[in-house]
Write a protein that binds this ligand. Structure first.
Ligand SMILES: Nc1ncnc2c1ncn2[C@@H]1O[C@H](COP(=O)(O)OP(=O)(O)OP(=O)(O)O)[C@@H](O)[C@H]1O
Length: 302
């Protein structure tokens, strides 16, 4: 749709001017759109029934989250005529930000701890609300400001016990022979662990998917990538539990993440001190590390 196109909602009567394409995928296109002076994200579906199902999931999630005082994410659902045919769309809050990988490139790998924790917290909220997100991947985790995390694309949301329908192969537990495609919180933990490999070491991950015979796909191959990457290795204990679904629930996955991050930063501080760094500098480092840990703790709690 060219920028400037106006969609006039047939049933609810609201008009939206499309500003630019934010992203396109298998299920449709998402545009930045204006209605009056307000800015929104507007999704035009490839298939009206799939789009309706996605909107229904969002509506039911909004209903649950209203109790926590969250503003609704889904704002309008309608049809419009454009370019000579009818199309279906829904309108949601615009989530500013960039993908996790872009954020870490711009702001530094040290953000992994905070972003990882916040992502797990958001997933824990969804799990508690009775959903599995299903399609955790780099493009669907948007980060803004000081590591604020938001999920987009709720088309993969699945009720536990049902089969996840919308997923991305390299993030999929079934693809790696690590379990079924039946939705459970562990399905999301697994995808989070793959996300970090994809973000920090995408070349080796993609090469692995190209060279590994399907019968040899196994989570231990992913773990090997983690253990042989200097930035990921410190998080190997958490990753291993995520690959094998070894958390009792999502709360435990969050707690284990923050304790692994604390251990990793402690080990890094000790290693840096042991490398002939002058005492005063090491002291400063310890002080700044302590400040970072307290800042991170504040973020965790916010
Ligand atoms: N509410 C939003 N605010 C800002 N950007 C968004 C929003 N929703 C989606 N996007 C952007 O649009 C992209 C595509 O949207 P979405 O993932 O919903 O489409 P899709 O057809 O389901 O894609 P896929 O096939 O990758 O799952 C997202 O990756 C994200 O970058």
């Amino acid at each position: 749709m060219p920028p400037g196109t106006v969609l006039a909602g047939k049933w609810n009567g609201k008009r939206y001017q499309l500003e630019k394409l934010l992203g396109a995928g298998a299920n449709g296109q998402v545009y930045l759109a204006f209605s009056g002076r307000s800015v929104y994200a507007l999704k035009i579906g490839t298939d009206a029934a799939d789009l309706q199902a996605e909107a229904n999931v969002l509506a039911s999630l909004d209903k649950r989250e209203r109790r926590r005082g969250r503003p609704p994410f889904l704002l309008d659902v309608d049809d419009a005529a454009a370019e000579g045919h009818e199309l279906s769309f829904y309108v949601m809050q615009y989530v500013p930000g960039m993908s996790v990988r872009s954020y870490l490139r711009e702001h530094g790998e040290d953000w992994l701890g905070v972003i990882g924790y916040r992502l797990l917290r958001r997933l824990a909220e969804l799990h508690e609300a009775g959903w599995v997100f299903g399609d955790v991947k780099n493009d669907n985790v948007l980060v803004s400001g000081y590591g604020r995390v938001a999920l987009v694309d709720y088309g993969g949301m699945t009720v536990p016990g049902r089969s996840v329908r919308q997923f991305t192969e390299i993030y999929d537990r079934g693809y790696w022979g690590a379990g079924s495609r039946t939705a459970d919180p562990a399905y999301d933990w697994f995808a989070v662990a793959v996300l970090w490999i994809h973000v920090m070491d995408s070349e080796r991950l993609i090469r692995l998917t190209r060279t590994l015979l399907p019968q040899n796909r196994h989570p231990r191959e992913l773990l090997e990538l983690v253990r042989t990457n200097a930035s990921l290795r410190p998080m190997a204990p958490w990753m291993e539990r995520a690959f094998f679904g070894r958390f009792s629930d999502s709360e435990e996955a969050c707690e284990a993440w923050s304790s692994n991050v604390r251990q990793a930063s402690g080990a890094r501080a000790r290693a840096d001190r042991g490398h002939g760094v002058p005492g005063w500098m090491a002291g400063l480092f310890v002080l700044s590390a302590a400040l970072c840990v307290s800042a991170a703790a504040l973020w965790f709690l916010s």
